[in-house]
Write a new protein. Structure first.
Length: 439
């Protein structure tokens, strides 16, 4: 990294990082046992929240050069934010990490292939729903035409780097074109209306995981919700915010606020913890923009996970049952640590008659998915996943439920890696609950 770029990064840290927040870290070490990378690196201090804050502060104070080693440690962090609930000083580590990554990404000079890839992913794909739908149509054709079976039998995917061949096997069943077009934008409650909610569809959730979105909407209607789905909503921007593309994250946030703020609804509901963690912090994302700050705060105040709504409306009293099986729950880090939702999913699972719920040891420990972390930091991701699967096997679970698409795919990957496909399944909580409904 050139000295001029290092100087620009240091100046960016000095201008944009909240020094009071950096100073709030008392170096007490309460965060250390909660940090997945600290545990997997034999307690290497720089791979902990406390250590990374020290690195950031060192750069600001001019004591540490913002070189590749600093960037590597910041990138190695999963951003699970498990350190925040246990911090006695209430340090907003996630905000510091997000800001530091954005400064580095905006200042450093990427190679041409990396620049092209980032442009395609961050600028040309995720902000555009129609382009995501085209990708979805291709995946649907790939699965339903027989091409997927041919590719798998030919072992062509074995030449792909890393776990890509294995990840191809765990793709969800993709909905076809007609299913994408069939849903209405206003769906009335089934029975007495208790609440009017807006549904945040997300980007991948409304294409690759369309069946799960539809299951969530059905559950909300069964619970007594009129569901409104605004057409102008966009990607939440989490991938951008965590990947050093904060300006695009702000642009998407503004689009979503405009899409939802005129609706007369009690709550804005979603089923993906990773999205929810950014949506509920739009007020922080837009805190420096006078025109948007109050609007963002009003938006964030209405964000709720679907499991919270179902519990509030007494869904656990419904006739829920499944065949005999042991179910465990893997927390979505962002759902638990940022949205503070951990109890509701467990109450819903425990309400399913005929099943046994077993709490997994360290269910709140990250699974290693973390957006695209399992692609860009594959070695560490797989170490964390292997650790997680040991906990899964210890409860002899037949079903692993989770509430975030990335976690779901990661747990499916863990099942394949352990050769447990015939005895264990991973499902989204919404799909599990709808499967258990008996009207």
């Amino acid at each position: 990294m050139k000295s001029t770029i290092k100087k620009e990064i240091q100046e960016g840290f000095q201008e944009r990082l909240d020094y009071d927040e950096l100073m709030n870290c008392m170096r007490c070490g309460f965060c250390l046992p909660t940090c997945p990378t600290y545990g997997q690196t034999n307690r290497y201090e720089a791979a902990s929240p406390r250590g990374r804050i020290a690195l950031m502060k060192g750069v600001v104070d001019g004591l540490i050069e913002p070189d590749e080693s600093v960037e590597e440690q910041l990138n190695l962090c999963l951003g699970c934010r498990a350190c925040e609930p246990v911090c006695p000083s209430g340090v907003k580590y996630g905000h510091l990490l997000e800001e530091a990554r954005d400064i580095i990404q905006q200042k450093k000079k990427h190679s041409i292939p990396v620049r092209v890839l980032r442009h395609i992913v961050f600028d040309q794909l995720f902000p555009h729903k129609e382009r995501l739908k085209k990708m979805h149509h291709f995946l649907s054709y790939y699965q339903k035409s027989g091409l997927q079976k041919f590719v798998q039998k030919s072992h062509l995917l074995n030449i792909m780097p890393g776990n890509l061949a294995m990840m191809e096997k765990i793709l969800p069943v993709i909905a076809d074109k007609m299913e994408l077009k069939q849903r209405s934008s206003i769906l009335p409650a089934k029975g007495t209306t208790s609440r009017r909610v807006a549904f945040f569809t997300g980007c991948l959730m409304d294409t690759m995981f369309l069946h799960t979105n539809n299951a969530t909407i059905e559950l909300l209607r069964l619970a007594g919700c009129d569901v409104v789905i605004p057409e102008q909503q966009a990607c939440c921007g989490a991938l951008h915010a965590h990947g050093g593309e904060k300006q695009m994250a702000k642009k998407l946030a503004k689009q979503n606020i405009k899409a939802f703020e005129s609706l007369d609804v009690d709550d804005i509901v979603l089923n993906a913890g990773g999205c929810g963690a950014l949506l509920v912090e739009y007020d922080h994302l837009l805190k420096d923009e006078v025109e948007w700050k109050d609007r963002a705060e009003a938006f964030a105040h209405k964000i709720k996970d679907f499991s919270e709504i179902l519990v509030e409306l007494g869904f656990i009293e419904k006739n829920l049952s499944l065949s005999e099986q042991i179910i465990t729950y893997q927390d979505s880090c962002h759902l638990r640590n940022v949205m503070k939702t951990a109890r509701a999913p467990r109450l819903l699972i425990q309400a399913i008659k005929g099943t046994t719920y077993k709490e997994m040891e360290e269910a709140d420990h990250c699974c290693g998915s973390a957006g695209i972390y399992n692609l860009v930091e594959q070695k560490m991701s797989m170490q964390i996943l292997d650790y997680k699967m040991e906990k899964v096997k210890s409860v002899n679970a037949h079903t692993i439920a989770t509430a975030n698409p990335g976690c779901l795919l990661q747990m499916k990957l863990g099942i394949v890696r352990e050769g447990l496909e015939k005895s264990v399944r991973a499902v989204h909580l919404a799909d599990l609950l709808l499967e258990a409904v008996h009207e």
